[in-house]
Design a protein around this ligand. Structure first.
Ligand SMILES: [Zn+2]
Length: 94
């Protein structure tokens, strides 16, 4: 699972912007692809998220979660866009 992420990296991701899924203030760091679904403990899989989004998303893959929040995430974060394309098989146009 790519090893532990330094606490400094977590702090930087948390500070990197509002929640990628809804734009509220970020209080959590979300694993875009949940660890239980094969996601990596790695910077490339971590995004800032608000508590409400993180607790709602939990272990869900992006195609199993609130479409409006997923779309917001796809537009706000390349990491989310890449994972969304992976789960749905959609073509990425960037
Ligand atoms: Zn949110």
């Amino acid at each position: 699972m790519a090893g532990p992420v330094p606490a400094q990296v977590y702090r930087e991701i948390l500070a990197s912007g509002p929640c990628v899924y809804c734009g509220s203030a970020a209080e959590h760091v979300d694993h875009v692809r949940p660890l239980s679904q094969g996601g990596w403990e790695h910077e490339s899989n971590l995004v800032p998220a608000c508590e409400a989004c993180n607790l709602s998303k939990r272990e869900k893959l992006l195609d199993r979660w609130v479409p409006e929040r997923v779309l917001h995430g796809v537009l706000a974060s390349v990491k989310v866009a890449i994972e969304y394309a992976r789960v749905t098989g959609a073509e990425l146009e960037m």
